[in-house]
Design a protein around this ligand. Structure first.
Ligand SMILES: Cc1ncc(COP(=O)(O)O)c(C=O)c1O
Length: 388
């Protein structure tokens, strides 16, 4: 594994590299946006995919039991969370899974809580399904670490919330919610009978601390919890479209699977199954090396900002390879900030306000790329900074 290797992704139909013109109206921006990595997947994954190709038959497929046990062993080893192979239902992505969960367990106009600023498709999922957004804004604690506003969370639940969509670890603010914080959420959800959809797609890339699956908590035993996970962020397999949701309630799982059937939602192909199983069985050393490499990139950005661009701030993420950069000290409108980043910086970051109003003055930077790419991005940012 050589994370320094530069792999040209241009002209490969990569969202990050080849959609710049369509989305930013400028194909020459330096892309540090879409949450995937510019790294090759682990070698055992590539080998498993080759074997599928060599077999050469691509008929209808179902994910094998051996994938279920590989996942079971993974959650046990990484999170000391014991689940059964039959507790999981495969889905073609965590976002599609949440869409079907919303439809299976809530009705039109029902209130659903999300904790903002947050991964932007959560807003779209509520909007397109005509559910009522109940916004629980995160608080900026001392030292820039975001915290949960529990008083407001309870107030949102009192409005009759049916569901909360948690993001743990949190994209974009990089928090790994602690057991204490999660326990408090669980207690409130039990009291107000709120279903928890815990999006834990970023659970594997933890830089500091330890990920706690919400459903593993003692306090969540009497709460209906559905956990969304996937190898996609962890091993850079997003295009293979395999994820799974884990239920702690059999009846809910049955309803959900009915919902998938009624919507003709497919559940995988031989490539995604083979890749996921190889990743979970043999990809751990790669993941550990990745985490160290990403931490090195985070340190690099931190050092450059502190030394050369002191008005741009960020708090080191506890998880994910996404940096939530705070440009508020530059006192620009969100529009002016975006324009400055593009025109002066020649860089494509995710615009902060797509994560909700709470993201105004921020932009998200993806550092899951070779160090050389991070250096280029920071050089560009510095050029823009010097023109201020
Ligand atoms: C919190 C979160 N959930 C879900 C996804 C996407 O999941 P999928 O590609 O499996 O739909 C992302 C991707 O960035 C994410 O950050």
């Amino acid at each position: 594994m050589n994370f320094d290797e530069i792999i040209d992704r241009r002209n490969t139909n990569s969202m990050k590299w080849d959609k710049l013109e369509a989305l930013y109206k400028d194909a020459d921006l330096w892309p540090m946006w879409v949450a995937d990595m510019d790294f090759k997947a682990p070698e055992p994954v590539l080998k498993a995919l080759d074997e599928v190709t060599q077999h050469g038959v691509f008929g209808y497929h179902h994910p094998p039991d051996s994938l279920r046990t590989a996942i079971q062993e993974w959650t046990h080893r990484r999170f000391q969370w014991d689940i059964q192979p039959e507790d999981m239902t495969f889905t073609p992505g965590v976002v599609p899974a949440i869409h079907h969960l919303i439809n299976a367990f809530t009705d039109e106009d029902d209130g659903i809580i999300i904790q903002t600023p947050v991964y932007h498709p959560f807003f779209a999922l509520l909007r397109s399904n005509r559910r009522t957004l109940l916004e629980n804004r995160l608080l900026e604690g001392e030292n820039g670490k975001y915290e949960i506003d529990f008083e407001d969370l309870e107030a949102q639940m009192k409005k009759g919330a049916k569901m909360i969509i948690l993001c743990n670890p949190h994209n974009p603010v990089g928090r790994v919610w602690s057991e204490t914080e999660l326990t408090k959420i669980a207690e409130l959800c039990e009291r107000y009978e709120v279903i928890v959809v815990s999006d834990e797609i970023h659970a594997d890339v933890v830089l500091e601390g330890k990920h706690t699956p919400f459903a593993s908590l003692e306090a969540a035993r009497d709460v209906q919890v559905v956990t969304g996970m996937a190898p996609s962020k962890t091993f850079n397999l997003a295009a293979l479209q395999l994820s799974y949701v884990i239920f702690n309630d059999k009846e809910m799982q049955k309803s959900f699977e009915r919902q998938l059937q009624q919507n003709f939602t497919g559940i995988g192909n031989p490539y995604s199954s083979a890749a996921a199983e190889a990743a979970y069985r043999h990809g751990e050393p790669w993941l550990e090396a990745l985490i160290s490499y990403v931490q090195g990139n985070v340190d690099y950005v931190k050092e450059r900002l502190e030394r050369e661009m002191p008005k741009i701030h960020f708090t080191e993420p506890e998880a994910t390879y996404l940096l939530w950069l705070d440009f508020r000290e530059l006192e620009m409108s969100q529009e002016a900030l975006q324009q400055w980043l593009r025109q002066e910086g020649r860089i494509a970051l995710n615009d902060g306000h797509t994560f909700g109003k709470a993201g105004s003055g921020f932009a998200r930077m993806n550092v899951a790329c070779p160090r050389e790419h991070v250096i280029e991005g920071m050089n560009r940012l510095k050029t823009a900074y010097d023109k201020l």
